[in-house]
Design a protein around this ligand. Structure first.
Ligand code: BGC
Length: 259
C-alpha cells in the first residue's frame, strides 16, 4: 500500500466497493472531493457469484487497503434495508440474503451499508459529477448488461427505482436499450439511440425530470450517441465513469440514504 492510500486520521474518508457481474472494485474515498485517495483495486467477481463467495472477494479488496472502518457496498439489484430482493445478473441465491450482514461477517464485524449500484452512481454524479450544481429532479441511467436507474431530488435519493424494468412499447426497457443489446445485435449508434430515445421519452412522460445523466461504460463514447437522442429533457454524460459506484457507496455509508 502506498503512502497516499492510507487515510490520515480525522479526514473525511470512507471505503467504497462496487460489485458488478464481472468485477469487484474498491478504494478509499475522500467525501469532500468525491475522489479516490490513491488507487482502486479490482478483483474478478467469483463464479458462481453466491453471497459467501462475493463477500469473501469484497473482504479481500478491503484488506488490500488494510481498511478497518465502515464501508459502503453496491449491489446490482434491489436492496431494502440491507436485504436483497432481486438478482438479475448475479446468483439467484442472493434473493432474501441480508447482504450487509453477510459482508460484515466476512470482514469480522465492520459496519457495512449496501445499496443499489445505480443509486450509488446517481448519488456520486449528482454531488461530484455531471449533476453538481443542478437542482430539481435528476435521473441517472446506467447502460450496461441491464439498465440501472437513480432518481435524485435536490440531492435526496429516492432509493430502488427500477426503470430498467419499465415496459416500453411492450418490452422491458433494458431488453430494448441496454448497451448489451447494442452489442448483441451489432447495432450502430444511430439504431441503438432510437431505442434509448423511446426509453427516455417513457420516463420523462411519467416523471418530468430536469436532467438525465447517462452512465455505464458506453457513456465514455457519449459524443457518438447523446447528440442523436430525440427526447425533450437534456441528457449529459456521466463524469465519474469507473469510480461513480465506489464514490456513491462511500457516500451512502457516511450518511445512510438507503431507506
Ligand atoms: C437491476 C438493477 C441494476 C441494474 C444495473 C438491473 O437489471 O434490476 O437493480 O441497478 O441492472 O446493474
Amino acid at each position: 500500500m502506498s503512502e497516499t492510500e492510507s487515510p490520515a486520521p480525522g479526514q473525511n474518508h470512507i471505503f467504497g466497493v462496487d460489485v458488478g457481474g464481472s468485477g469487484v472494485k474498491g478504494g478509499i474515498v475522500d467525501l469532500d472531493t468525491g475522489q479516490l485517495v490513491g488507487d482502486r483495486y479490482k478483483l474478478l467477481t467469483p463464479q458462481p457469484s453466491t453471497p459467501d463467495a462475493v463477500a469473501a472477494t469484497i473482504a479481500e479488496v478491503v484488506r488490500h487497503f488494510e481498511w478497518t472502518g465502515p464501508l459502503g457496498v453496491t449491489y446490482p439489484g434491489v436492496v431494502v434495508n440491507g436485504v436483497v430482493q432481486t438478482a438479475a445478473n448475479v446468483d439467484k441465491s442472493w434473493i432474501g440474503t441480508d447482504a450487509a450482514e453477510v459482508i460484515s461477517k466476512a470482514l469480522g464485524g465492520q459496519h457495512v451499508t449496501v445499496l443499489n449500484d445505480a443509486d450509488a452512481a446517481g448519488l456520486a454524479e449528482q454531488r461530484h459529477g455531471a449533476g453538481r450544481n443542478r437542482n430539481g429532479v435528476v435521473v441517472l441511467l446506467t447502460f450496461g448488461t441491464g439498465i440501472g436507474s437513480a432518481v435524485i431530488h435536490d440531492g435526496q435519493l429516492l432509493p430502488n427505482t427500477e426503470f430498467g424494468h419499465l415496459e416500453v412499447d411492450g418490452k422491458e426497457a433494458e431488453h430494448r436499450a441496454a448497451s448489451s443489446v447494442k452489442e448483441r445485435k451489432d447495432w450502430s449508434y444511430e439504431r441503438w439511440s432510437e431505442e434509448v430515445t423511446k426509453v427516455l421519452v417513457s420516463i420523462e412522460n411519467l416523471l418530468w425530470p430536469d436532467l438525465f445523466i447517462a452512465g455505464g461504460g458506453i457513456s465514455r463514447k457519449a459524443d457518438k450517441w447523446i447528440p442523436l437522442l430525440k427526447n425533450r429533457t437534456p441528457v449529459v454524460a456521466a463524469e465519474l465513469l469507473n469510480e461513480a459506484g465506489i464514490v456513491g457507496a462511500a457516500m451512502a455509508a457516511h450518511a445512510d440514504v438507503t431507506r
